[in-house]
Design a binder for this molecule. Structure first.
Ligand SMILES: C[S@@+](CC[C@H](N)C(=O)[O-])C[C@H]1O[C@@H](n2cnc3c(N)ncnc32)[C@H](O)[C@@H]1O
Length: 388
């Protein structure tokens, strides 16, 4: 059934929220706050509904035509291409503030936007789907179809050069490059398929493949099996935001880098400081040991929830989307660190963790939202917590 609705705000997943006359919430992908839209309900539940956007009757001043031509061909890689890039950080700040208010119970939390980052050519890691012919691309919106793209608006130029390489027999391929070094690597699922690809000879493949990246003047070794931030300038922005949130607490006692990956925060912030890096991936731990060689640093390969905490002057924690959860929050709080800096890539898990940390005496003291993923609703949030 078609109806006209006024979009009110943006929900965490990036859809707009509108209300029917009886107050029921309707999620409308592709609409923007303030817009009058004609929609068709596609899913109806008692307390909410989902709709498809038929027509924008009164467009927002922030609405733009997608800058990438592959959106018209169905590419689902970037779902916010209809929003002016300069307006996206403000929407992300609103998403985080709303999650902290609703789930975290903080009505007046300080939430600010971080510095502006490039909105094109930034991705130094690309995870691509592969079609039956071996061509790479992104999944179409709400579908398993693969839309071949190239050049990709958000990919680093060094990776765009690889988008016409075919990977017969692969389901997925991960391409990575070092923005500072020009290094490139490729890995496929299944692993053997990468051997069939006609890649330029400089592209590292295989079990030991790695790239080097430089962040804040420090070189990092990153193996294909290890997590690394999807953009080099974003990694630098994160380090700066974490340093700002840590304030005078770097060096005020041992530092714990929890969910350390290849040691991004331990390496860049922990010079001259005793550091414990906690990480469960074998590949990431091996890279972290390499990157922290010669430092007063211990890399511990264990689930954060099972780590036996020691006292610390600063904890930096950068968990995956699900956040810390109750057990890890308790473990990290047991360090009694006066300052804890949490890096969250999901607004809802940040809000849940904020509540959990409050239960251990850690007070929310401000969040900075970094726009590491322009043209998508994904957020990256650096939050400072002070121990009471
Ligand atoms: C978002 S990444 C952050 C990595 C690093 N801080 C960085 O910025 O490059 C999260 C990391 O936590 C690790 N991880 C996820 N859950 C974990 C757990 N329960 N215990 C230990 N490490 C975990 C993942 O392997 C990944 O390296």
């Amino acid at each position: 059934m078609a109806s006209e609705l006024r979009a009110e705000r943006i929900a965490a997943g990036g859809d707009a929220i509108a209300r029917e006359p009886d107050g029921r919430v309707v999620f409308v992908p592709g609409a923007l706050p303030g817009e009058l839209v004609r929609v068709t309900l596609v899913e109806e539940r008692t307390d909410f509904a989902r709709a498809s956007l038929d027509e924008v009757l009164e467009p927002s001043p922030d609405r733009v035509g997608p800058p990438c031509p592959f959106v018209a061909q169905g590419c689902g890689g970037c779902s916010w291409q209809h929003i002016r890039p300069e307006a996206q950080p403000t929407l992300k700040v609103a998403i985080v503030a709303e999650a902290l208010a609703r789930t975290g119970g903080l009505r007046d939390a300080v939430v600010v936007a971080g510095p502006a980052l490039a909105t094109t050519g930034f991705r130094t890691t690309l995870r691509l789907a592969v079609d039956a012919r071996g061509r790479t691309g992104f999944r179409a919106a709400r579908s398993h179809d693969v839309v071949a793209v190239g050049p990709c608006l958000v990919a680093h130029p060094r990776l765009n050069e690889l988008l016409d390489v075919e990977f017969p027999g692969a389901r997925e391929v991960t391409l990575r490059c070092g923005a500072a070094t020009g290094d490139r690597s490729a890995a496929t699922d299944p692993a053997g398929a990468v051997l069939e690809a006609r890649l330029p000879t400089d592209v590292a493949t295989g079990r030991r493949a790695a790239i080097r990246e430089v962040v804040e003047g420090v070189e990092l070794h990153v193996s294909t099996g290890s997590f690394f931030q999807t953009r080099a300038d974003g990694a630098a922005a994160l380090v700066q935001a974490v340093a700002h949130a840590a304030d005078g607490h770097v060096g005020a006692g041992p530092m714990v880098d929890a969910y350390a990956g290849v040691g991004l925060f331990a390496v860049t912030l922990g010079a001259g400081v005793s550091v414990t890096a906690v990480e469960w991936s074998r590949s990431s731990c091996a890279d972290a040991r390499h990157n922290l060689a010669g430092r007063d640093a211990h890399v511990i390969e264990v689930d954060v929830e099972r780590w036996r905490p020691h006292s610390a002057g600063l904890v930096v924690a950068d968990p995956s989307r699900r956040g810390l959860g109750a057990r890890a929050a308790a473990v990290l709080a047991a360090t009694l660190a006066p300052r804890l800096v949490l890096v969250s890539c999901d607004a809802a898990s940040l809000a849940r963790d904020t509540k959990l940390l409050a239960g251990h005496g850690y007070r929310h003291a401000g969040s900075t939202v970094l726009d590491l993923f322009p043209h998508t609703p994904h957020v990256e949030v650096v939050t400072r917590f002070d121990r009471a």
